[in-house]
Design a protein around this ligand. Structure first.
Ligand SMILES: Cc1ncc(COP(=O)(O)O)c(C=O)c1O
Length: 361
């Protein structure tokens, strides 16, 4: 007789790593930073201790982040990737029968994290331009809602939430509902109207801001992210965490990345200019995309998504394909841009209705 598992967990699709990119292909499927690790960061990681357990309170890094963001030490919580902190916060706030509300399509990890917590996902479709419909989300709040996740820029559509929209939304959300502002890509934002969680946090005790070292800081493989919010909420998150999962290497790597911030933000600026080049070229090809504010662009290929993904792949572009919906392409090496644009030009020529040229933007 098979072992009895929680039916909701057994029904989840098992994790499968994406197909490895061919040697001459560009891996643009995980929104990673394409630049090689800086020597100073590599040296800091090489000095990490592995025979001892790490500092479970991440004292040095939290002190540094608190100073960096001008908040108190206890208002900073560190986790093994910001996705770990998302899981901790959902576990801390939502139990079976409770609802977790978020936009869809958004970060593909959200549904699974909610299911694992035993809570119920409630989703509100993003608007045609890929942005959150915060009005509809406010209307979807019930007395069961315990957590709301707002992702800006939204993965995978790359659209932002504006500060005005966010403030209007927060005014409608009950104070006892935890709002998580997932800002994994905030460093890539150039739109001055965008919300910045750390600028608005002071007004909202129920808001926790999530940031990561995985994207702009190039440490995806080390697994380290952080949250800034009310200490009692972060203490609850810590209580649901697996102890000691943030390694010494990750803590040292993050500190070294903060030391190298000017250089890393220079890389971000370079990626933003590649992003602008891609957006302008797609527009010239007649392809409408949501205005990209993360390190990725969204092609709303709809029912042609699988075929479009194959065309990209034939051109040496490995992107994230969401069948029936669209394709997210990370902004990567400048050399990848021509291949991407050759592929999208072919899509315009060969797809039955071409790529979306209306309804977006
Ligand atoms: C919106 C969003 N949030 C969080 C994460 C998780 O990042 P990490 O766990 O590497 O910090 C990702 C990663 O892709 C993401 O896209």
């Amino acid at each position: 007789m098979p072992v009895s598992l929680r039916p909701a967990i057994a029904a989840l699709a098992p994790y499968r790593q994406g197909r490895p990119a061919a040697e001459d292909a560009f891996k643009l499927s995980s929104n990673e930073n394409p630049f090689p690790t800086l020597p100073s960061i590599a040296a800091a990681i090489a000095n990490a201790s592995v025979n001892r357990y790490p500092d479970g309170t991440a004292q040095a890094l939290r002190t540094r982040l608190a100073a960096r963001h001008d908040v108190e030490f206890d208002a900073v919580h560190v986790g093994a990737g910001s996705v770990s902190i998302l899981s901790q916060l959902i576990l801390a706030a939502a139990a079976p029968g409770d609802e977790v509300l978020y936009a869809w399509r958004s970060f593909e990890a959200y549904p699974g994290l909610v299911t694992v917590a035993g809570a119920t996902s409630v989703t509100v479709p993003v608007r045609a331009d890929g942005s959150h419909d915060l009005e509809a989300m406010a209307e979807a709040v019930t007395d069961r809602t315990r957590v709301i996740i707002v992702c800006t820029p939204n993965n995978p559509t790359s659209a932002i939430v504006t500060r005005d929209e966010f403030e209007t939304f927060m005014a409608r959300v009950p104070d006892d509902v935890l709002v998580i502002l997932d800002e994994a890509y905030v460093e890539f934002v150039t739109d001055p109207a965008a919300v910045n969680g750390l600028e608005v946090r002071g007004e909202h005790e129920n808001l926790v801001v999530l940031r990561t070292f995985s994207k702009a800081y190039g440490l995806a493989g080390l697994r380290i992210g952080y949250a800034i919010g009310a200490p009692y909420i972060l203490d609850a998150a810590q209580s649901t965490a697996i102890a000691l999962s943030v390694t010494d290497a990750a803590q040292r790597g993050a500190l070294a990345a903060l030391d190298a911030e000017p250089e890393l933000l220079g890389q971000v600026a370079a990626l933003v200019s590649v992003r602008e080049r891609i957006a302008a070229a797609l527009s010239n090809q007649g392809i409408a995309i949501p205005e990209p504010q993360g390190n990725f662009v969204w092609l709303a290929t709809g029912e042609h998504t699988v075929a479009a993904g194959e065309v990209l792949s034939e051109h040496g572009i490995v992107a994230r394909v969401f069948p029936g919906d669209g394709i997210r392409v990370s902004v990567g090496e400048p050399e990848s841009v021509d291949k991407l644009l050759d592929a999208t030009a072919e899509l315009v020529r060969t797809l039955p209705q071409g790529l979306p040229s209306a309804g977006l933007g």
